[in-house]
Design a protein around this ligand. Structure first.
Ligand SMILES: *Cc1c(COP(=O)(O)O)cnc(C)c1O
Length: 359
């Protein structure tokens, strides 16, 4: 948090507009302009953005939404909240995102939408997914919670179908808690606006059963100070990633598809003996984290729903190998060098990862 964020919050509090107000509107307009989407609707979190986007497309009980099990739980939970059922397809080993070759086989008469996840800051293959969706009359909701400013060519994440973002503190930009839905579809934007605020256009006249999924003006004030910094944050993440790409040895570094701008929400390597690797890094003074240690289909509530026996071989294999190393924009060059030294020493000690499939 810089001075701009603090002054923004102070101004919001002094204005007396604490809940959703003019700053939320301003952030929506600025974010839509930044992403290149026609509309942006701010929400209380990335999770409520996903939930609202699905509701906005009319998804509910009896429907199925195709997503991946290699993601944060919110992607799949948001589908359950609507009463629909998540149908999982495995990820592509190279980019950790939905394997587009497996999507069509998962489509049934109940399928209403496809929810790819642009994991770690790399957009899923949105053109291929949108093409499949259009052919089958399905909606597309991109979980872009980790992909603010990521792009395929010139086109940013959040501009296919509906995109949803999170502004949780660890994300590439933050509002404390918060989220955003972006879309070119004006009718969808209208519906999610209505649902965000108790189905209310005219005060205390409720057209549908809605929710309170509003962002506060205090949060929006933080976002308005963060958004102009996002390009520099992302550039710094990309510069750190470029050093890792060049200087790391004995581990598998991230694969970036041609023409894609990866914004490195995480810099995730694949290593041998992952848990020992992480422990050794810690002894060398380098933090790391596993996103995610248990795939969604193996989480307790999903086992209870009958998903526990389903197998997603790539997800299951990569879950045991992935390790995310520090890539935060506040890292100094010295800290980046220290991470590189520690990773390379550890990789020599533990030996290289044996990769059986092209990575
Ligand atoms: C962070 C995140 C979410 C949820 O966002 P919140 O703001 O924490 O509710 C959803 N999906 C993915 C992939 C995320 O990383």
């Amino acid at each position: 948090m810089g001075e701009e964020e603090k002054q923004g919050v102070w101004a919001a509090m002094s204005s007396g507009s604490l809940a959703q107000g003019p700053r939320v509107r301003e952030l929506e307009e600025a974010f839509a302009a930044f992403i290149g989407a026609g509309h942006a609707v701010a929400t209380s979190s990335g999770t409520t953005a996903l939930h609202l986007a699905l509701l906005g497309y009319g998804i509910g009980p009896g429907d199925e939404v195709i997503t991946v099990p290699f993601t944060f739980i919110a992607s799949a939970n948001s589908i359950l909240y609507t009463g629909a059922r998540p149908a999982f397809v495995d990820i592509d080993e190279r980019d950790f995102c939905m394997d587009t070759a497996q999507v069509e086989a998962a489509i049934t008469s109940r399928t209403k939408a496809i929810m790819p996840v642009s994991l770690y800051g790399q957009p899923a293959d949105m053109d291929a997914i949108t093409e499949i969706a259009e052919r089958h009359g399905l909606a597309v909701v991109e979980d872009a919670a980790q992909a603010h400013g990521a792009a395929i060519g010139e086109r940013m994440s959040g501009t296919w179908g509906a995109g949803t973002f999170s502004f949780y503190p660890t994300k590439n930009m933050t509002t404390g808690e918060g989220g955003m839905i972006t879309t070119h579809d004006g009718e969808l934007a209208e519906r999610v606006r209505l649902l965000r605020e108790h189905g209310m256009k005219v005060r205390y006249h409720h057209e549908v059963v809605g929710y309170n999924f509003r962002m506060t003006d205090i949060a929006a004030a933080i976002g308005l100070a963060q958004l102009p910094k996002l390009p520099a944050f992302n550039e710094r993440r990309r510069a750190i990633a470029a050093r890792y790409d060049r200087e790391l040895r004995g581990v598998l570094t991230p694969f970036v598809r041609r023409g894609v701008t990866h914004v490195y929400h995480q810099y995730t390597i694949r290593v041998r003996d992952r848990d020992v690797f992480a422990e050794t890094l810690k002894e060398r003074g380098v933090g790391s984290a596993i996103y995610y240690p248990v795939p969604v289909h193996r989480q307790k509530p999903f086992i209870a729903l009958g998903y526990g026996d389903e197998a997603y071989p790539v997800t299951d294999r990569l879950t045991a190998q992935v390790l995310s190393i520090p890539v935060h924009p506040a890292l100094s060059e010295g800290e980046v060098s220290a991470v590189i030294g520690a990773v390379n020493e550890t990789a020599v000690e533990l030996g290289p990862l044996e990769v059986t499939t092209a990575g």
